[in-house]
Design a protein around this ligand. Sequence first.
Ligand code: SF4
Length: 264
Amino acid sequence: MRTFSFGAGVQSTAVLALQALGKLPEPYDVFLFANVGDDSEDPRSLDYYREFHVPFAEKHGIELIELHRILKDGSTETIWGRLTSPSGSIPIPVRMGNGAPATRGCTSDFKIRVIRRWQRKNGSCREDPAITGLGISTDEIERARDNSGFDDQILEYPLLQLQMNRKDCYSIIKEVGLPQPPKSACFFCPFHNAESWRRLRIERPDLFDKSVYLEQEINKKRDNLGKSKVWLTRYAKPLDIAIDDQLSFDLEGPEDCDSGYCFT
Ligand code: SF4
């Protein structure tokens, strides 16, 4: 079984385009999009997915399946849902007082496990492991790893095989007539840099306000457990204050959780 973990970002879109053009070293049987939640993923990515990825895949006879994290009782769990549930854990890489990100479980719980579950349901096993393509380009090669950690899953990197960088990805996307996709990430991801937060505040204040609310809710839960405060930015202060403060001297490089970080 040859599967591709489709994150809906730039690199994943390039792989979809390469498959349509017949330019992949070996095509995939199915592209799997693990949606972490309509209430969590950036709405621009979801809009692009529904407006462009789905019809493009259909037009080119490519199977593209949207997956969700389904709990034992049959309900769907989203990252936002877990974060805002009174008893839910905090799986995202919130920033500690020193600015360092906490260990995250979101990628594993809402993407890796969701995809692996689908693979196992569809026949992957130790004797017949599922190939899992990941959209990592040469400019982020350090994100690639050899071992999936599972004996029923083998990772491969088509963009590395083709020696393609992010710029090449944009070219191939343009070649098939698709518009430039937005970066794919949860709108509240603590990996966003100050510039991303600033843009969110200015361009989409509703999502910024939801992120402020989320940070407060996370800290309420931590207060109840007697734990110290955590933050969505590295500045060890509430989001609406941190981003006001940083508007004019943002010197950070990009740090968004795009395709590679999120195993997509
Ligand atoms: S975008 Fe950020 S919060 Fe969302 S799954 Fe990836 S690491 Fe977690």
